[in-house]
Ligand binder design. Sequence first.
Ligand SMILES: [Zn+2]
Length: 107
Amino acid sequence: MRRRSHSRPVTSRQHTFTCQHLLRWSSYSPSPAVGPDPCYISCPHCHVQKLTRVEYSPSVRTHCMAALLCIVGLWCFACLPYCATSCMNANHFCGNCNKFVGVYSSD
Ligand SMILES: [Zn+2]
């Protein structure tokens, strides 16, 4: 298997693509400030101001809390962090176009 070296210059087309991709990603990343609960935002995709739909997903903190509970012998309560939304990441989706608009990280 060949290892890709970062010090070697890549082909110009590939390099341009990578930069554009990174630029697009970095310009997309500063999402609107969202909290752990649904909130009104102006959607960057459809520009409609609407309440967001929130999906909660476990974060590193969630897994750490569960692991900690197991370690101290409270393994029967290890599922609690997965029920508490304050320990989860909140992924916000536009209430109009249903596209991802931002994430609230609990970490
Ligand atoms: Zn939208």
